[in-house]
Each structure stands twice: as C-alpha cells, then as structure tokens.
Design a protein around this ligand. Sequence first.
Ligand SMILES: Cc1cc2nc3c(=O)[nH]c(=O)nc-3n(C[C@H](O)[C@H](O)[C@H](O)COP(=O)(O)OP(=O)(O)OC[C@H]3O[C@@H](n4cnc5c(N)ncnc54)[C@H](O)[C@@H]3O)c2cc1C
Length: 438
Amino acid sequence: MTDSRFSKYQNENQSWVSFLENRVPMSSCHGEHHTKWLVIGAGLTGLSAARRLAKLNPDDTVMLLDAREIGQSASGRNSGFAVAHSHFPGHFDAKLVKGYERIDRLNIKGLDILRSEVSNNNIECDWQEDGFYHAAADKKSLMACDDFIDYLEHRQINFKTILQEELKEQLGTSWYQKAVKVSEGVLINPTKLLFGLAESIPKNVTLYENSPVITLSGKKQITLKTPHASIKADKVLMACNYEATHLNHLKQKILGITLTGSFTRRLTDEEFDSLGKASSWGVLSLHGGGATLRLTKDRRIALRNTAEYNKGKLFSVSQMATRIQIHRQAFENRFPQLKAVPFEESYSCVEGVSANKTNFFKKLSDNLFVAGGFNGSGISKGVAFGTALAEYASSETSELISDCLQCPNALRMPPSPMLGVGARFLIRQRFNGVGKDR
Ligand SMILES: Cc1cc2nc3c(=O)[nH]c(=O)nc-3n(C[C@H](O)[C@H](O)[C@H](O)COP(=O)(O)OP(=O)(O)OC[C@H]3O[C@@H](n4cnc5c(N)ncnc54)[C@H](O)[C@@H]3O)c2cc1C
C-alpha cells in the first residue's frame, strides 16, 4: 500500500541535503506494535517533542514516525534563521506588548533548548550566533525598516542600523538601502541540525522513517495504520505541520504554501572576496515574505524568493523553471559581479500557515495532542512548541506550556473548492510582490 500524498519528496527538488554525504535512513515501521507514546512527524517539532517525552518518561518507550526521510520537510529545507526576536510588521503598538513578549519568550526558549542540544550532543550544524540583517531595498520596505527600528527601541532589543555603503562593505551588495542587524539570533544549516538531532535521539525513542501514518482512529486508545504497520498508542502527539489535515485535523485552519529557493555552486576565492568583509551571513527581507539570502559557511549564496499556494505540494522540476528565473533575476540584481556563477541546486518546500498567522497548540482529545503551523518562522518556535507539547501531554505545568496555550484561535478558511480561491488570495495579500523583490 502506498500513499501518493506522502511521495515526491526524495530525489528531486532537493535542498541543503544535496551538499551532504548520503545518510542511511532508519528503517520503516512494520508489524504490530503497542506503545505508550507515539509522535507523528520528525521535523523540529516532532523531534523536540520526542526528546522531551523521553526525558520526562524515562521508563516508557516512544515511537517517532515520519512519512519521509529526515531532512526532507520544512525543518530540513528552511533558510536557517533561528530567531530570538520576531519581526511584527506595522507600527509598534503598546496594546500588543504582552503578545510581543509572549512570542519572544517562546523564540528565546526554543533557541535556548536548541543551543543546549547542539552543544551537549556535539551537533555540527554550522551554528553561527551573531544575529542577522533585516534589510530594505525599496520605499515600502524602508518604511517597514523605520517601523522595525521603532519597535526594537521600544522593546529595548539590541540592534545596529546599517546604511547602504556599510552594507556594501559587509555583504558585497548595493541592493539594500538600509538594514538593521539584530544582535541575537542564530544561523544554522538546517539539514545538518536535523541529522544531528536524529542521530542523538534518546535511547527510549525509536525513529521510523518512510512510515506515513495513513489513518488514526479510536478514543481511549488510538490505532494508527501505516502502509506496513498497525500500532496501538496510549497517547499520540501530532507534529505533522500542514499535513495534519490529511489525518482530518485542523481542516480549513492550516494551509500548506509552497516556497522555493536556489543555491549557487561554491564561490571561488576571487568571487568570495568580492562579497565584502563578513565570511558568512544572513539577510531577511523587510518586504513581507521577500527574498532571504545567506552566504553559507561553505561559500554558497542561498536565496529563497517565492511563496505560492500549490495545494500543499512541491513543484515539479518543470514548474520550478519559472521560479528559478525569478531567483536568478533576484541574485543578479544583488550581485552583478557574480553573474557568471551558476545555481547548483534549486528546491521547493511546503510550510503551514494560518489565516491570522496564529500557531497551533491543542489537546484534541484525552490522548491526542497537536502543535505546529509556524507561518515561515518555526525553527525556534518548533523546538519550543514541540517541547511544550511533550510537557503538556505528560501533565506537567510550565510557563512554556501556558505561553503556547495562549495562541489565538485560527480563523476558519472556506471549504473546498473555495479554499483554493481563498488560499491564493491570502497568499497574494500576505506576500504581495514576492519574487519581484522590490
Ligand atoms: C523554504 C522555507 C524556508 C524557511 N525558512 C525559515 C527560517 O529561516 N527560519 C525559521 O524559523 N523558519 C523557517 N521556515 C519555517 C520552518 O522551517 C518551519 O516552520 C518548521 O520547520 C516547521 O517544523 P515542523 O516540525 O512543525 O514541521 P515540518 O518540518 O514540516 O515537519 C513535519 C513532519 O511531519 C511529517 N509528516 C506529515 N504527515 C505525516 C504523517 N501522516 N505520518 C508521518 N509523518 C508525517 C512530514 O514528513 C514532516 O517531516 C521556512 C520554511 C520553508 C518551507
């Protein structure tokens, strides 16, 4: 039995994983099982949940199932900006301070947990902890830049304003007119991070890859079916992002949007020297959903620059062609001196968003819990929410859990076939001008 909803993630449209040595996946789940704990999805949320469950319940066994191979989801294909402070578009609003603080507590907690996991387990993931740039190239994003500066000042968050000339010296591009460099925040190689987390999984967790949960039923005890296994679980934690809808949860509340990006080949010494002083860096756009840029530790430029509704699917190789042209234009706009540098890898990936940008953290029934939907900013939050979900399901109490529980309810989206129309409208509105990068 196969399930087409979970196919097409390997062998095409890859991302950071293409530059790493082949990793042998863990085996898929076969046969009949009974487990106290089961986590669906081994992205950052699921891996963090499984790690925390294992610690809190050392005598129990935890099964962790992923539909695909580790690193193939948003957690392994993202741009690698692990934020300490979120960027909230618009003017600073004193009435929203409690909300700003709650989100940043979650970011910082997630980052703290991640930092200790990386350090305690010697995970080599190109961890670079000196913040990153939020940059503005056009009039609209310059206004967003001023709003952000005002916000950072009100919140007393450390940052530095950098103007075009200095940016050129640091990054080798004159494209941006102004930027703020927020001092806290970490750049990572997301796939290396996931591989490291999977490798250092606690002993009482068993990770199964290529094992999609196809059905989930039952109240007191949950029965889950995969193509080759039947599992009874006392408690189930769902960490499967927008694909929770395939299991009949969060329908009309979470939507998968498809993002794309490209990596250059490694730069030569001469090309690298044309990029200014900093040896690796990250730039987030102040244009809502605009291009994100990295100069990676292995000297590639990575650029992510489109966001569309594609029914929660990756783009085919042929569909990628038009998106790659957009990447190319954005790349050459920024680095005319690197016009001759080809892309080596392009990819798409799907992320869960909600209409009102809320996140999901819920007890769906006595023994079924869900977390996810991070609207494009889920490295720090995924770790925080996953950890909190394990604590919540283990009947613990913590500030982390109560922060997660305060997520506002998601606005309902229309049912199919209107969902597609509504989704396209929502994405166009939120990411207006994405890809045009002005
Ligand atoms: C291109 C891109 C760039 C991004 N850049 C950044 C960034 O720079 N900084 C940032 O903070 N965030 C970024 N994000 C967002 C961030 O990557 C996500 O919010 C985060 O990784 C979500 O983690 P997750 O574990 O909740 O979900 P996922 O990483 O999507 O993991 C869910 C897992 O569940 C599995 N699954 C689904 N259904 C089933 C099932 N039925 N059975 C078994 N397994 C199942 C999937 O295979 C998947 O592995 C980006 C996202 C994208 C797509």
